[in-house]
Ligand binder design. Structure first.
Ligand SMILES: Nc1ncnc2c1ncn2[C@@H]1O[C@H](COP(=O)(O)OP(=O)(O)OP(=O)(O)O)[C@@H](O)[C@H]1O
Length: 269
């Protein structure tokens, strides 16, 4: 792979007067033991927009995404420095209640991972743990989240059936419904369609496009057509740095940095 300089970068600034920022990082570094995987990344994520994180395998996309709701805390030997600003709070600081914070910043993983429970129970599990008991409220939550995840029509007559009996694409949309049942502001998705066939991928993409009216969405994807199709902004990761961050149409059609151009035109990766 050609060696690209991390000094050669273009990061679009989003003026807070015109762009409401949901979450941002400032000089974020992530270390696995002695090894530094993220080298000081500063990025803003605009509210009610989709931002795609792209880059070759090992460039740090998942590590960065996981740090946004402190999932890296679960990996022994991981250290994260710098700020993660969410509503004037640095959620990377010690005194943050991580459990509470994750209610605001939900996550959907690469492989659909529904609980081995009914469709209904998958969605109501976390809200019930948070004290929601009223059956009518729970029924309504199940209906609205499944509608938002574009799954309601397919499952409304079988809410008691096991989530594991659903197709992969349906399971992933159920996981999206489960994540939004906690009413987060931000949804983090780590390659949510990479294990799915093209038709399921397309329904998941449509679901995300419909969800961006209510949520700020940050998605890791290897699929550049997918990034181009659904995202408003794209960040290009290379060896733990972000070399380019801009509106998606610019990144794909008028990249400012050679490394980005080489990557999006398939010269490496
Ligand atoms: N749990 C871990 N322990 C140690 N090193 C890790 C761990 N997870 C990731 N890394 C290293 O951090 C770097 C970034 O990995 P990461 O998975 O974030 O990249 P990625 O861009 O998401 O890759 P992919 O597209 O293949 O998922 C790599 O060098 C990887 O080997």
């Amino acid at each position: 792979m050609q060696n690209y300089s991390a000094d050669d970068k273009f990061i679009r600034e989003l003026d807070p007067k015109d762009h409401e920022i949901s979450i941002s990082t400032e000089d974020l570094h992530v270390f696995y033991g002695e090894s530094e995987a993220i080298h000081g990344v500063s990025l803003p994520f605009e509210r009610f927009k989709i931002t795609a994180l792209i880059g070759a395998s090992g460039s740090g996309k998942s590590t960065y995404l996981r740090s946004l709701n402190r999932m890296n805390d679960n990996i022994d030997g991981t250290r994260v420095t710098g700020k993660i600003m969410y509503r004037d709070l640095d959620i990377n600081s010690q005194n943050i209640n991580v459990y509470e914070m994750r209610k605001h910043i939900g996550m959907v993983f690469q492989r659909p991972n529904p609980f081995s429970k009914s469709i209904y129970d998958n969605i109501t599990f976390a809200p019930k743990r948070n004290g929601v008991r009223d059956k009518e409220t729970l029924d309504e939550l199940v209906e609205t989240t499944l509608k938002q995840a574009a799954l309601w029509d397919q499952v409304k007559d079988g809410l008691g059936q096991s989530a594991l009996s659903l197709s992969g694409g349906q399971q992933q949309r159920l996981c999206i419904a489960r994540a939004i049942a906690m009413k987060p502001d931000i949804l983090l998705l780590d390659e949510p369609a990479s294990a799915l066939d093209p038709i399921s991928t397309s329904t998941v993409e449509d679901t995300l496009l419909a969800l961006k009216d209510r949520y700020t969405i940050i998605i890791v994807t290897h699929n550049m057509q997918q990034a181009a199709r659904i995202s408003d902004y794209t960040a290009f990761f290379h060896l733990g740095n972000v070399l380019e961050f801009d509106e998606t149409s610019n990144v794909f059609q008028r990249p400012k940095i050679t490394a980005t151009e080489d990557y999006v035109s398939g010269r490496f990766g």
